[in-house]
Design a protein around this ligand. Structure first.
Ligand SMILES: [Zn+2]
Length: 428
């Protein structure tokens, strides 16, 4: 998003309208335990069927993957990971030797040829699987692995606008974007000590995007003339911000994986008099489970295909599995379980901690992404630990000797990654 702040291309307005319903679905990354109803995400009317602030996809970008993936692998991923119903068949016409994909422009279709089963090739891509890396030592199993840490949300003075803020009485407020940055800064040296090259997608309590709510007001007014303010804010902190981070990840950092750090929450109601719940949980997200409305959008369809041909899912699940098992072991957090038959989340590999969901970040970042949702900020179990802040060793918090919640988070992620690379890459 390098555009000047005040200039909104006209096409953008149409694009925003096109993705508006989609955007409603994405507006919380926390499981909406008791949140407001989520409108059905069908694309609207007669406009380019694209997501908010998305450009029309360039289908020729997929040319390097011609004849690299087998028909069986392609259909299997599309059906069992990336979509939730068979409506994908409206957009993908599977033949014996190729698939014709609706580009979203008139009747145009992009032809992707399948590989002969025996001839599947390693796809070309900017990131490396663990098994493709040079040998490392057991002490530094992350040697030469480039990891981008994406501290979720913005925090600081933006925390209230982005609805990641609540305060109990006179306690210091809880701001998710501040907490994720704290974990990122603890995690970085831990990963570096294991040999990794680490970049932070955000290292301050400020947005990455140049857009601000006021520069998105005209666009918002086109869609919601009566109440554009809140929409402009959401287009800023969610859509434009994540798109700017994606540009940084894909064009500048080109990492082997991205860790999206979040803390989960349950509906807290009034942020100045929040509801605390007595349970907490943990889950990890990988990209997938595109809803019928999402796979109908040309840009999202393009992203899904790119994920499939690059073989991102397998590496994502392997990474997520290693982190999940270490995290569960260290924290004893129970898994968060989505509803059975959820149309927006798919359980992966029968691992109760790993779910596929189509979030803006894990869709746009063009490499394996592990999206972490541990703890419940407004739970009676985790809130005292958050209030206790960061400290070394253990302290008595809520009547129990416990490590800092931030260090526990960073330690578990680092240990999970160390275990994964020790097992999955050649070790000298
Ligand atoms: Zn979050």
């Amino acid at each position: 998003m390098k555009a000047a702040r005040s200039i909104i291309p006209l096409a953008l307005v149409a694009a925003i309208a096109g993705g508006l319903t989609w955007w409603y679905v994405q507006k919380t990354d926390s499981p909406p335990a008791s949140g407001p109803g989520i409108p059905i995400d069908q694309p609207l009317g007669d406009h380019p069927a694209l997501s908010s602030l998305a450009s029309p996809p360039d289908w020729s970008e997929l040319d390097p993957w011609q004849s690299t993936i087998s028909r069986e692998n392609f259909v299997d991923q599309l059906e069992s990971v990336f979509t939730v119903t068979s409506s994908w068949r409206d957009w993908f016409h599977i033949g014996e030797k190729d698939v014709l994909i609706e580009t979203g422009v008139d009747d145009e279709r992009y032809r992707l040829r399948f590989a002969e089963k025996s001839l599947t090739q390693t796809p070309s891509r900017s990131w490396r699987t663990a098994s493709e890396l040079d040998p490392a030592t057991a002490e530094r199993p992350l040697e030469d692995v480039h990891i981008a840490i994406d501290p979720g949300h913005i925090g600081g003075r933006w925390a209230k606008i982005e609805e990641r803020w609540f305060q109990v009485g006179e306690d210091p407020p809880v701001q998710e974007g501040d907490m994720t940055l704290l974990v990122a800064k603890l995690l970085r040296p831990r990963l570096e000590a294991l040999g990794a090259d680490v970049s932070l997608v955000r290292d301050q309590l400020e947005p990455v995007t140049d857009y601000r709510p006021e520069s998105l007001m005209d666009a918002a007014r086109e869609i919601q003339p009566d109440s554009p303010q809140q929409l402009a804010e959401r287009l800023f902190y969610r859509t434009a911000e994540i798109r700017a981070r994606a540009e940084k990840v894909n064009d500048e950092l080109k990492p082997d994986l991205v860790l999206c750090l979040h803390f989960n929450a349950e509906g807290w109601g009034n942020p100045e008099d929040p509801t605390l719940v007595d349970r907490h949980h943990f889950h990890l997200l990988v990209n997938g489970a595109y809803t019928d409305g999402e796979i109908a959008l040309a840009d999202q369809r393009h992203h899904a295909v790119r994920k499939i041909v690059e073989g991102i899912h397998d590496e994502e699940v392997a990474l997520a599995g290693a982190i999940a098992s270490r995290f569960a072991n260290d924290t004893r957090l129970p898994p968060y379980l989505y509803e059975i038959n959820s149309k927006r989340a798919l359980n992966i590999d029968s691992n109760p901690y790993i779910w596929a969901r189509n979030l803006l970040a894990n869709r746009l970042y063009q490499c394996p992404v592990v999206f972490l949702e541990p703890y419940v900020m407004n739970s009676t179990l985790d809130y005292p630990r958050i209030q206790a802040g960061d400290y070394k060793g253990t302290r008595k918090v809520a009547g129990k000797d416990q490590p800092s919640i931030f260090r526990e988070y960073a330690d578990s992620v680092a240990a999970g990654l160390a275990e994964y690379y020790r097992a999955a890459r050649p070790i000298e």
